[in-house]
Design a protein around this ligand. Sequence first.
Ligand code: NAD
Length: 524
Amino acid sequence: MIATADSAEKTIISYNPATGEEVGRVRISSAEDVQKAVTLSRAASREWRQTSFAARRDLMMRAREVILAEVDEIAHLILRESGKPFGEAIAMEIAPVLDLMQYFARNTEKLLKPAKIGIGLYALMGRSSKIIYQPLGVVGIIPAWNYPFSIPLGEAVMALMAGNTVVIKPSELTPLVGVKIRDIFEKAGFPQNAVQVVTGDGSTGAALVEAAPDKIMFTGSVATGKKIAAAAAKNLTSVVLELGGKDPMIVFADANLELAARAAVWGAFCNSGQSCSSVERLYVQESVAAELTRKIVEKTKRLKQGFGDREDVSVGAMSSERQIKIVEDHVEDFRASGAKIEIGGRRNPEFEGLFYEPTVITNANNDMRAMQEETFGPTLPIATFSTEEEAIRLANDSEFGLTASVWTRDRAKGERVARQIEAGSVCINEVLYTHGIGQTPWGGFKNSGLGRTHGREGLMELVQPQHIHINKLALLPDAWWMPYSATAVETFRGFATKFASGSLLKTTTLMPQLLKRIRELLKR
Ligand code: NAD
């Protein structure tokens, strides 16, 4: 929420969505503040890029130590700003990002090792090529609120290890977690301005894009992603967009139904369903639909909902009134279009905060609006299919393509189906958690995004390849240099027909013509 504190300064007040209590407040950075941060970041990047990988690794490992010393405090801050359970803050945010930190601290040098490139017949002419990976400069990070610690921190870690400096604009719903990220790097001893945080709402995010950093790493909605891509294009700033999802889970009759039911419950309801890779559509083969649904409903009944600081709570509060209204609208759409609410389907009457009950819905189908739009809440709509082809068709019938899961005991079938699903990550007998594997690329097909975070592919988004080409002989002019002549044109024809064939044998027959041309050049 945005309020005016004192008389002049615009302030964001961060509230605990479970209790409505104020967590703290931060000022809204002006466009000038943001521009200044980017300028300072650029200056800091000139020195930071010169540091060795070993020096960066040591600092990053120190930042890990800072986090480890404050795990409980950080988890409490996350739960107070987001409403999620304490355990989930540790399991789904702190632990995975600690793993990502050690991985990139130890492996970025190897992942960015200069690569020698085979250049075919040019090598026989005494040339060689290698690719080195230069930092970009300043990376602007604009995250969503749902994983306010792990997503921006993970991106910052990778950007820093690659030699960039970063400016983070946390979500207006979780600004204090953003400030905490800056404090961690500061405590670890990172150089001044290597990591800056500017707090504010969408207008502060827009100011960061306007300030022309060298890359924007954005996580959020499709609508904002498109705005950012358009604004970034004005400065030719490249963007990585991590956007929404409507992720399908396909359960075949031969699956381990007990495991699939547990996975569906966790996949749909963890973080109150506010994960980009939440299970938002479950397709089950008709013959086992009743059994799977019964298991899912039973397990959902046993979930305890409540304040995140209680250790036995599995489902916390939602993040905002806006978000809970979307869930209400979608559940209403399901009801009105003939689906059946098996359990849940309402705000939890025990609480005044933003608690929506975990909701299982049957008789859903893809014609329902709520099966097409991202819900981002604790709903699990179930639809049925009869054949493998139908399951694939239903899963792909979406504008989104972030993740998907396939459940079967037949691994060959699992992989066959996975390869046909239009999604950036597809799990077989697993669900949702692969964002937590920092070693693997993360990103979406279709409207779920552009580019990748995590893994080597994600690291490549944070560097620019530079080709270093050497002519080790450098004694004679190249045959294609000026001045041109009839002999030149004849030689170029030979290049097209012989050299460009890639065949050494054919190219050898070009030698007399080539020597003629070189002699001609040497005379002029
Ligand atoms: P959002 O698009 O409303 O906001 C995201 C961020 O963008 C916030 O920090 C916001 O202040 C900022 N912003 C808003 N307008 C801006 C503008 N014009 N210019 C620059 N910045 C601007 O999204 P949200 O509600 O915070 O997040 C929910 C969405 O995030 C869901 O769709 C979810 O699927 C998606 N998400 C995706 C991933 C992924 O990895 N693909 C991960 C988490 C969340």
